[in-house]
Structures are given as C-alpha cells and as structure tokens.
Ligand binder design. Structure first.
Ligand code: ADP
Ligand code: MG
Length: 339
C-alpha cells in the first residue's frame, strides 16, 4: 500500500497558523505592538492606512535585532523569549509562541528595518508570502520598524471577509487602547490615514486613561487598590451614575495583558449590584498582578484567555476590592477622590 502522509511545506504551515493568529488588521496591530513592548521600547508609533487593510506599521526604539535574528524572526517557532517548556510558567513577555511574524509574513507584504544600539548599520528585509524578496544593509535608527501591507493579498476569501473600514478601524483602536492602557510608562502615537489620532506621553495610569478617553473621564474614576499575598489589584472603576447602556469601557488586565474573562468580569460587575439602573454597564480599568506561576496563558493563539489556579479566590477578592472602593465613594464627598 502506498504511503500518503506528507509534511506540509513551511509556507503552507505558516498560512494555516496565520488563520489562527491573524483574523483582521487589528490582530497585526496587537502582535506588532506587543513585540515592540517586549523589545523594551519607550516610544512606539503606530501608522494605519485604510483601517490597516493597506498598511499597518509599527516603529519602535527598542533593542532591535542582529542580522541573523532579523532573518530568523520570520521562521515559525523562532523566539528569543522562551527556551524551555518550564519558561511558560515564568513569562514576563507578551510573546513566546514565535508565530506572529511567520504568520503575518505568510499572508502579507512585509518590510522589516531593524538596528541594534551599538551597530553602525541595520538590516532591511522584504518578505512576501513567506518568501524573502531581499535582505540588505541599511542606515536606520536604533530600534525596529515593521510595515505590513496588503493583508491577505494571497487569500482573497479572507480579504473579502474583512468588514468595512469603519468596523475594522474600531477593532484597531480597541487593540491600541488595550496596549496603551496596559503601558502608561511607554509613549505611544497613532496616525490614521496621515493624521494624528493619538499622542500619548509617558504618564501615570489615571492620566493615560484621561488622555485616551477625554478630560471628562477624570471625574468618573474611583480608585481601586488591594494588595494581598495572592494578588495585587490596582486601577479604577467608573462611578455608577456614569454607567451606560453599552458595554463600552471595560478593561481587565492580568500582568499587563488585556484578558477576556467573563467570570472575573462578572465579579467586577456584581460589585455594582444595587448601584446601577437596570441594563446599564459599569466602566472599569483594572489591573491584576499575580504570580506568573499561578496562571496559564498558553490556551489560545491570541493569548486573550487565561487559566487561573484559583479562580474562585480571585473572584471573591476582586469583587470585595471593587465593593470596598464603591462603598467609600458612596459615603465620601465626591471631591475627596479628586486629590
Ligand atoms: P514571539 O513574540 O512570540 O517571540 P514573533 O514572531 O512575534 O514571536 O517574533 C519573533 C522574534 O522576533 C521575537 O522573539 C523577537 O526576538 C524578534 N522581534 C520581533 N519583533 C521585534 C521588535 N519590534 N524588536 C526586536 N525584536 C523583535
Ligand atoms: Mg510576538
């Protein structure tokens, strides 16, 4: 009988992986911003054209890559962030799967420019559909610039599946907000079709929220602080009277990563019990810091879901911390919170 199983060529495997990592332009925005953060950048610039369908570019002043690393960065499972399976439980980087650049390069036209601090010159690589078109030495500032053009150029079905620019741009803004909120100590700028959409200086958390969502947000914010052996909670919840019908500004971060957790989001919402008009949703900007050994982030390729060792304790602590802050707010004059 004939053997029929074959190993897929790399470019096919990359395209399959890309289907999981890259759903839309906003996915590229997330992956590139996270790489810039992992490179210890202090200034990050995001440039978008046509809601990211034509161009997503991220420029950082981080540590850059060597000539060999620049090439390797586009290989699948190539990462500088973990070495052993054990490292998965001591993560202090956003990335670790070594999949994003390989996936993105499989389905777009990508240009990388990168230079390390002590190198005279840097490297430029053009890669299209997993094929390296050119690699040359270039003069470029310290850091990395990656532009991703014509997303899904070789998968027409996926390209056609993209939503209108208005919808895709909303997803791009969502990702930008999430990353910028998690990192107030990094300066971010965003340009949309040539005009400046955001310019966020290094600031504290309250100021970052206000810079993104507008000055009016300031008076809405009630601080939440809790420090126990198992976790640290910090951030703000919106005063109940500002709650809206739409589930808008609900941000929950674990170790500086935006996380979707219906269970823990419920812990937060339920702390508002009796304070909201029915059908209204509270806003919150909450950061949970836990020991990385007590979570597993390797559940989904986009890393927006997490498995906690002890979710029930977290639920209780989170709910009581928010309740406590709201309680203080209810008895204290509003002005007390603006100091
Ligand atoms: P991961 O982030 O999971 O390691 P990626 O495919 O996103 O995988 O990136 C592969 C590697 O390329 C990273 O591990 C890192 O070493 C390097 N890299 C990617 N982006 C940057 C950047 N902006 N600055 C410096 N190095 C980068
Ligand atoms: Mg990455």
């Amino acid at each position: 009988m004939a053997d029929i199983i074959q190993l897929l060529p790399d470019h096919v495997a990359n395209q399959i992986a890309a289907g999981e990592v890259v759903q839309r332009p906003a996915s590229v925005v997330k992956e590139l911003l996270e790489n810039a953060i992992d490179a210890n950048a202090s200034v990050i610039k995001l440039i978008i054209k046509d809601a990211g369908k034509t161009l997503v570019q991220v420029i950082d002043n981080g540590k850059g890559m060597s000539t060999t690393d620049a090439r390797l960065s586009f290989e699948r499972h190539a990462t500088s962030k973990i070495r052993t399976a054990d490292d998965l439980f001591h993560l202090n980087t956003k990335g670790f799967r070594g999949e994003a650049l390989a996936s993105i390069a499989a389905i777009a036209h990508v240009e990388l420019k990168t230079k390390q601090e002590n190198d005279e010159v840097g490297n430029s690589i053009v890669i299209e559909g997993s094929t390296i078109v050119s690699q040359e030495v270039v003069v470029t500032p310290k850091g990395t610039s990656i532009s991703v053009k014509n997303l899904f150029f070789n998968i027409p079905a996926r390209r056609n599946f993209l939503k209108s620019n208005t919808v895709e741009l909303r997803h791009v803004f969502d990702e930008f907000h999430r990353v910028a909120l998690a990192h107030p100590s990094i300066s971010f700028a965003m340009y949309n079709n040539g005009s400046e959409a955001f310019n966020l200086p290094i600031s504290n958390y309250r100021q970052r929220i206000v810079n993104i969502f507008g000055n009016k947000t300031n008076e809405k914010l009630v601080p939440v602080e809790e420090d126990t052996e198992v976790l640290k909670i910090s951030g703000f919840v919106g005063k109940p009277e500002y709650a809206k019908k739409t589930r808008g500004e609900q941000y929950f971060f674990v170790n500086d990563r935006f996380i979707k957790s219906p269970y823990l989001n419920h812990a937060i919402s339920s702390a508002f019990e009796g304070l909201l008009k029915s059908g209204n949703h509270p806003s919150y900007f909450l950061n949970l810091t836990v020991n990385p050994e007590t979570i597993d982030i390797n559940i989904h390729p986009t890393k927006t879901e997490i498995k906690f060792d002890d979710e029930h304790t977290l639920y209780a602590l989170l709910r009581s911390a928010v309740k406590h802050s709201l309680g203080q707010f209810n008895i204290a004059p509003v002005l007390d919170f603006e100091r």
